[in-house]
Structure formats: structure tokens, C-alpha cells
Design a protein around this ligand. Sequence first.
Ligand code: ATP
Ligand code: MG
Length: 632
Amino acid sequence: MDYKTFYQRSIDDPQGFWAEQARLIDWQQPPQTICDYSRPPFARWFVGGTTNLCHNAVDRHLAERADQNALIHVSTETGTERAYSFRELHTEVQRMAAVLQSLGVRQGDRVLIYMPMIPEAVFAMLACTRLGAIHSVVFGGFASVSLASRIDDAQPCVVVSADAGSRSGKVVPYKPLLDEAIRLATHKPERVLMVNRGLAPMDTVAGRDADYASLREQHLEAQVPCIWVNADHPSYTLYTSGTTGKPKGVQRDTGGYAVALAASMKHIFCGNPGETYFSTSDIGWVVGHSYIVYGPLIAGMATILYEGLPVRPDAGIWWQLVEKYKVTVMFSAPTAVRVLKKHDAAFLKKYDLSSLRALFLAGEPLDEPTAQWIADSLGKPIIDNYWQTETGWPILTIANGVEKKPSKFGSPGVPMYGYRVKLLHEGTGEELTGPHQKGVLAIEGPLPPGCMQTVWRDDERFVKTYWSAVPNRQVYSTFDWAIRDEDGYYFILGRTDDVINVAGHRLGTREIEESISSHPKVAEVAVVGVADNLKGQVAMAFAVLKDPSEAASEAQALQLEGEIMKVVDQQLGAVARPARVRFVTALPKTRSGKLLRRAIQAVCEHRDPGDLTTIEDPAALQQIQAIVSAPT
Ligand code: ATP
Ligand code: MG
């Protein structure tokens, strides 16, 4: 079928379309109503249906592929590697479920999972959904304050954690961070379940802390059946990355999510049962939830859980795993590709990658030079996909499982089935239908299956934040700014708060960044709009050079700054030229690798940078602070 017809059907006949997709998963009771949208913007999908995520990810594969790989754990941090078949995964998940039950976990209870990338983290997620408990995974190694605010929001009865994570060979003890977070939090979890990896010594709080290995021993033969839950029973809550402010607690359902993932595995990722999927994300992010844990397993694929860096022991490690496990589908982020780009492309050519069909990238804009580099180095299709924690699966990409369509570099692609994507005028809410008009990327309700149900415990914030941002319309705002070309491909220009208004011209920070990063000496760049008395706003650029010594002296730096400005002049026009291009050795990012432009902007405007709980490297922001406050 051609994609256009497929898409149009999902819009014109959502009931028929999604009823068909719903058959991709197992139901205990089939749904009676496909979509109930009687209380917009709250959509209820597959009403009357009962199902279970864990059943669909694990149990239902036992009949046909019990002995095939399900979970492959590789840690280059601890030098461990172990594959679990579906049968073994089933056993381990039941043991974990029995342990959680013994600690008092019941349907509807929250369990907070603060874990490194180890198999027990996946067992715990699956055990929760098995029991109908709601998991809330918090990125391992987040500081105590971030963790405490998430404990208070989720109000878990149990926290599952481990003694330590490891990064670049350095042990990062988690237990002291967790203890401190519980001390800071108002809500006190009753029990803490600790997986002891033997990496760091731990203090134990008597009566509260339990040791996983000992409890597991008591439940080796555990048989814990899946609890069938209503399709709209919450499966988990997860926080957004905190790029633009205080993270929002996204609440996801069960049935809609399972159907959405199963459909995306078929139509977008084209993964087949018995094959191996490798997503390099972390279980603390939405990509980890959808495409390390649930999506591949629902599709009957083996999934790789990788703990470590992309460049340790060397930049060939990921590709070595692709060869070894015959990975067919891979998923990563532009930020990781930029890390690889600093190393020899020969590492990507060293291994037999013949099994690999495509590399999917998401999370941030994929600039053309980076896309070109990875496409040339791998010789495989590179498929950009655009979505959000809120949506759970891609909004814009190419659905090669429906119809093979060419990608365009710089564009994540076209709207995915089910999403009524609109470009709207920010000031009037008017729909922009012509090509190359800049507008807010919005989605008309109901959001398709798999998308957020609401903000956890805060329906009002859901409506206020997401559905009231565009004037004169009740639409879901992505808070991203985009254009569409004459072929219907979208281009993301940046966040709506990242639009710069220079003397009346509206410019996306992304456009300027893309232009600057086409300069061969630039590795990475961040552009922000800074208040200016004369022009309203001016663009300020902070660039990381491939070779920092190129801007070692002031004269060199000035010369390079001039060269870069010339590039922007040529590509976008003088109006887009940044007021200054300054050189730094690192850019402030979230733990998931997203540029913290709002923090850079605040520092440039001498304001308080706000919520920095998800920042990866505070020193990077301090560098910018030092530049900004130095007398010029
Ligand atoms: P917060 O909402 O807390 O500010 P966040 O928006 O970074 O954080 P995520 O849900 O992890 O949290 O990220 C989604 C955002 O990432 C999108 O809204 C978009 O800005 C950006 N993004 C994701 N994928 C792409 C892509 N392929 N191209 C361009 N931008 C992307
Ligand atoms: Mg967001």
C-alpha cells in the first residue's frame, strides 16, 4: 500500500484503522470501543479491553521462541555479557515479581526504579507491569535533589536500586545518592530493594532495605501470573528530559501503548521476530522504555541492553556487537554519532554489518553534516525520527514498512499514521498550509494510541501546558517550531522558546546552528537568543572545535569567528549572523545529550539558569559564565 493512503485511512477512519492494529497484540478481553473522546483532550483507547504489557513482551512468545534470545546484556564497564532467552527472562521476571509482592507491591502501586543498565532493571520494569504496578524509572546517577522530587511526585511504596553504576570505568555509587534523596523527600518509600553488584560498599537501613539476591533465592520457583488490567490502566510514569524547564511527569496507559509499539515495530522499524534490536539509549529515557524494553520484546525480538560508552574500549564496540549478535535494527541519537565522529571512521568499517538494515536516530535535530558522515561511514540507511517523551513513539519519520520512501537529510520525514499534524501560526493559531511557512508543530486531538494520557496526578497541568499554548484552538502543542516543504516533509527548526527575533526576523536557533556546524573546523555549536536593546534579540553562538588548539590565541579565535560569520552570511544572510561566536571545550547538556539552550541564554542575560537538575556537566556552563562575565 502507498503510505499516503495508509496515513489517510488512519485519519479518516481511526476506529477501523486502530481496530486492525489492535490485533497485533494479545488481549484477554478484546476492546469494545476503539476510542472514547467524549472528554477532550483526554482520549481513552481500546475501552473495555483488558491486557498486560509483560504478557505481550514475554509470556506470549514462550510458545514459539522460548529458547531464543530475549535480553542480551553487555557491560563494557564491568566486562560482563549474558544473554537471557525468553524462557529465562520469564523465570527472572516472575522471581522479581514475587520479590516485589513480598515487599507489599500491589496493582496500582508505584515502584520507583533507580538503576544502572543491568538486567535486573528490565526484570523490575516487566515485573511491575506484570503485577499492574506503575513503574517510574529515574535515570541512574541523577543527583539526590532530582531523585527526591521524583520520589515525591510518584510516591512509590518501593524503590528498586543498585549499589552503583559505572561510567568510563569509574564506579558511581548510587546508594548514598538514594539515601540522601529519601532523606530530602517528603514521601518515604516503605521498602528499598537493592541489587548488589559488588561495586561499592553500602550502608543498610534496617527494616527498610532488602537485598535482592537473598530474596530471589526464596522465590526461585515463583509462578506469578500476569494481572489483566484495563487498557487505560497506567503502565508507567516518566519524566521529560528537562531541556526547557521543570520535567513533566508523563503518564502512559497499557493497551494503547502496547498497540502503538507493536504497530511501530511493524510499520516503522521493520523488526521481525527472532532478530536482534540494538538501541543505545538508557532505560531512564523514553527511547529506552519504548525501544530497549517494550517495543522489541513485544515484536518477539532480542534486545541489547548496553552499559558503557560508545568509544570504550574503542569506537568500534557498537559495531562489534552488531556483528556478533546480527543486529538488524539499530537506534541511537545524534549526540552519540557526534561522539563517534571525533574518532576514525575506520572503526565502523572493521566489522561485518551485513545484518544491519537501518540506523534510526532521534532526540535532537540531526544536522546534515552528521547525517552525511554516518551514512557514508556505515553505508546503511539513516532514518531520523522525531517524537517526544509525551508521545512514546515517532510523530514524524518514514514508515518504510508501509512504503519505501526516500529520506531527506535535515528532515525527520512525514507525519506518522494517527497523528493529525498541523503547522499553526504562533500568534493567531491559523493553519499554515503553504510550503516553507514557519509555524508551531501541533497535533489535533485525539492523540493516537501510545501517547500520554495526562500529567501524572495533574490533569489540569496537562490541559494548561499542552492544550492551551496555541491561541484560539484546543490542540496539542509540541513546543517545537517547524516548516514543511512542497513534498510534505517537515523540518524542525528548534523549540518555540528557542526562536530568535532579530529586528523583526524570526529565526530558529537550529537554522543558525546548522549553518555554523557546516564549517569544517566546528564539532558542535549552540546558538541562543540574547536580549538586546537595539535589535530586540541577537544570536550568540558557542562552538566546540574539532581541534581546540585552532582557537588557542585570541588572534586565531577572532579570525575563526570571522570565518564562521561569513559562512552564516552566505547561507542564511547577514540578519542571522550571530553577534559573537565564542569557543568553548564543552557545551552544557542534559544527561540525555540535549543542549540546554535555556540555561546558556539565562547566563548570557545574567539571569538565574533555573532548574539544572538534569545537567550532565556543570563545568560546561561555568565556562560560558566565565566568558560572559569577562570584561570585553
Ligand atoms: P522538556 O520537555 O522537559 O523540556 P525535552 O523536550 O528535551 O525536555 P524529550 O521528550 O526527551 O524532552 O525530547 C523531545 C524533544 O526533543 C522534541 O520536542 C524536540 O525538541 C527534540 N527532538 C526529538 N527528536 C528530534 C528530531 N529527530 N529532530 C529534531 N528534534 C528532535
Ligand atoms: Mg519537551
